[in-house]
Write a new protein. Structure first.
Length: 320
């Protein structure tokens, strides 16, 4: 079975939703062949005789495609391909209607939302990360499968490293999370706390240089406790719980807001009063932290096992 991955998304989305699952698919199932392109329009120039499934992130493509010198709508092109037996899979990891205070709100307006909805409607299968986002997709397309983000522990960046001797807090969020960071209401200059985006210096974090998606797991090596605040909203509730999965993979504790997508873990520390929670942990010994982190790892690593979910992915691809 030949699969072609088409993604215009760089960074973490590409790494977690395309690269990691499909590299593992190749390892476990040699009957699959996987190729990829990073130009979201180039798929219309592919040799169709060699493709069974086209997989896209978030949407199939931008409107207005040129095929053999003729301009077609996206819907026309997809229908032509479907007549040849090609299946379309759209992987959606974020809700397409952003919060109004999101920094990218204006960039992902009505045209983007319309295109995502069209892509979801045209897809033979939609894959997403959680039930809440699936519930938003279902009125558009009932053919949905949930496959969560998983960590490939064969990647060196996810190797376990010893905990620091003293408690070190770390925030690994990107630039779009200002409101989440402010939610904690903590002056992080009072603690040994690091972030990896310059703007969070105003919250008291020490700033260190970040790493790309193939190395960022190493950022956990110098922290004891990961911080995952999140403002309550529909958009945020539809996000994945990746920060919990990462912390578990690295053997770290994590403090989260008691909101989706972080709810329903037995071994996560949920904060309503962030300063009180942080003060409680700052004097924990590495041995005490290791015990709590081990509980989280045991809980998460079984439920979010990459091989298990790769088997499931192979099954659904074969069923298309």
């Amino acid at each position: 079975m030949n699969i072609h991955l088409t993604t215009s998304m760089r960074g973490g989305v590409n790494y977690h939703r395309m690269v990691t699952p499909h590299v593992n698919l190749l390892k476990k199932y040699p009957e699959f062949k996987v190729a990829y392109s990073v130009d979201d329009r180039s798929w219309i120039k592919l040799d169709l005789s060699k493709i069974n499934i086209l997989v896209f992130t978030r949407m199939i493509s931008l409107e207005g495609l040129n095929y053999k010198g003729v301009n077609y709508s996206l819907e026309e092109i997809v229908k032509k391909y479907k007549k040849l037996g090609i299946k379309f899979v759209v992987d959606v990891d974020d809700y397409w209607m952003l919060d109004r205070n999101h920094p990218m709100y204006k960039s992902f307006g009505k045209d983007y939302q319309k295109q995502v909805r069209l892509s979801l409607r045209l897809a033979d299968l939609v894959i997403t990360t959680n039930k809440r986002l699936a519930d938003r997709i279902r009125p558009i397309n009932k053919n949905i499968e949930i496959i969560p983000n998983c960590i490939d522990k064969t990647h060196k960046q996810w190797d376990y490293s010893p905990l620091p001797k003293n408690t070190k807090f770390g925030y690994l969020g990107a630039t779009s999370h200002k409101d989440d960071v402010n939610l904690m209401g903590v002056d992080w200059s009072d603690y040994d706390a690091t972030a990896f985006v310059e703007m969070y210096k105003q919250n008291g974090f020490k700033i260190k240089k970040g790493k790309d998606v193939y190395q960022y797991g190493n950022l956990y090596n110098n922290i004891s406790v990961s911080l995952a605040p999140i403002v309550k909203s529909v958009f945020n509730s539809c996000k994945s719980n990746l920060k919990v999965i990462e912390a578990a993979a690295k053997g770290r504790m994590i403090i989260c807001s008691d909101e989706h997508p972080y709810k329903d873990f037995e071994s996560v520390l949920y904060a309503t009063d962030w300063k009180s929670q942080v003060d409680l942990l700052k004097d924990f010994t590495p041995d005490a932290m290791r015990i709590v982190a081990k509980r989280l790892s045991d809980e998460v690593n079984d439920k979010y096992n990459l091989d298990t979910w790769t088997d499931y992915r192979a099954k659904i691809y074969k069923s298309l």
